[in-house]
Write a protein that binds this ligand. Structure first.
Ligand SMILES: *Cc1c(COP(=O)(O)O)cnc(C)c1O
Length: 366
């Protein structure tokens, strides 16, 4: 027994189920990149990587530090760093991480570093912007990229990729198909002049679901691994991977007219039994879930959060629930509950998951 009562359980079987679910949608030869950025979408990146490493071809993280954490834990799989920064280049190379080169600024800086080191055929990835307008070269940059690459045998383009802006939104189908076609055209130009054919990839989770034909050589699945398909139908096929549990610290019986929590936000209209749970907004439970907007489960019954969410605690109404101090509290253990929380917070499950703070102990369930 560990000394933390608030724990986030990561379900390894759920992860593997979800991985297989997406793999089954793909050609057997299509490579699979598992996105484990942001601590594995709020879970535990190293543990997730260890669970799936035998079954994936690549990992991706956003930042160099995240990749270093995986390497230091002994992960040997190739790791694409999606958003490296120039000052990180030496560390990135030292840990055998593969940079996304998305602008001339970082492309030139990397080539310069690779020339001076010197590196030989160091794997790099070139990203093209096809409409997200976030990171990536323009199509018109192809000739300059090619010219620079031709002068260097310090790097080797491992892949060429892009990212869809609205793959989950079928009302944006025309835009998305356009992105895919423009990407394919850019790749064709790159292939013609490069003299070799790097892997190409554009699909994220919803891309795999909605535009399976554009799987090219590899897909990059993030949120799907963690149980969310960005549609009710898809999510129903996936298993929950994040279960957040706590316990009841204390129970108070309060009388009509008495209040609970800061700013006296809950006022009892009748005798009320309130339970205090050691998890709060500093753990990622949004203050928007107070005032009965959110609920937890205690002994299989929903208990609404009453009053304001505190930094380290919430109080829930357990008047009708048979429970005692020390009983288990399920903050969530199902995707629908996480989606409900997201809805109440005017956000998406991605933010609920990645917002779970590092203060919460992670525990892998095998
Ligand atoms: C985060 C990210 C992904 C994963 O997206 P999901 O919707 O979680 O599958 C894929 N590619 C890039 C470039 C990303 O930044």
């Amino acid at each position: 027994m560990n000394n933390h009562v608030t724990v986030l359980e990561i379900d390894s079987n759920g992860l593997l189920h979800n991985l297989n679910y997406f793999k089954q949608k793909l050609q057997p030869t299509t490579k699979f990149l598992a996105v484990v950025k942001a601590f594995g979408y709020g879970s535990e990146a190293v543990e997730v990587a260890k669970i799936v490493q035998e079954k994936v071809d690549y990992f991706a993280v956003a930042y160099t530090d995240e990749g270093i954490a995986l390497r230091e834990a002994g992960i040997k799989t190739p790791i694409l760093v999606l958003h490296p920064q120039i000052p990180n280049i030496p560390l990135l190379v030292q840990h055998g991480l593969e940079p996304n080169l998305y602008s001339f600024k970082i492309f030139d800086a990397f080539l310069k570093y690779a020339d001076e080191a010197p590196l030989m055929n160091y794997p790099v990835h070139i990203k093209f912007n096809t409409g997200l307008n976030r990171l990536g070269f323009w199509h018109t940059d192809v000739p300059t990229i090619i010219a620079e690459l031709k002068q260097s045998n310090n790097v080797k383009v491992q892949s060429i990729f892009s990212h869809l802006a609205a793959s989950e939104d079928l009302s944006e189908q025309e835009f998305t198909v356009n992105q895919i076609n423009n990407f394919a055209y850019t790749v064709k130009q790159m292939y013609e002049h490069l003299g070799y054919e790097p892997m190409i990839h554009i699909l994220n989770t919803s891309g795999v679901v909605n535009y399976t034909k554009a799987q090219f050589d590899m897909v990059r699945v993030g949120v799907g691994l963690y149980g969310f398909g960005n549609s009710e139908q898809e999510t129903a096929q996936l298993k929950n991977t994040h279960t957040l549990k706590s316990i009841i610290s204390q129970i108070h019986i309060i009388q009509p007219g008495e209040t609970v929590g800061y700013n006296r936000a809950f006022v009892a209209s009748k005798e009320t039994k309130s339970a205090t749970i050691p998890i709060g907004h500093a753990d990622g439970i949004s203050r928007r879930l107070g005032k009965k907007n959110g609920f937890v489960f205690i002994n299989n019954q929903p208990a609404p959060i009453i009053g304001n969410v505190c930094m380290d605690m919430i109080m829930v109404d357990v008047t009708k629930i048979d429970c005692k101090e020390g009983d288990e509290v399920i903050v969530f253990n199902h995707q629908q509950h996480i989606e409900y929380m997201a809805h109440k917070c005017e956000t998406i499950p991605y933010e609920i998951l990645t917002g779970l703070s590092q203060r919460i102990k992670r525990l892998v369930k095998r």
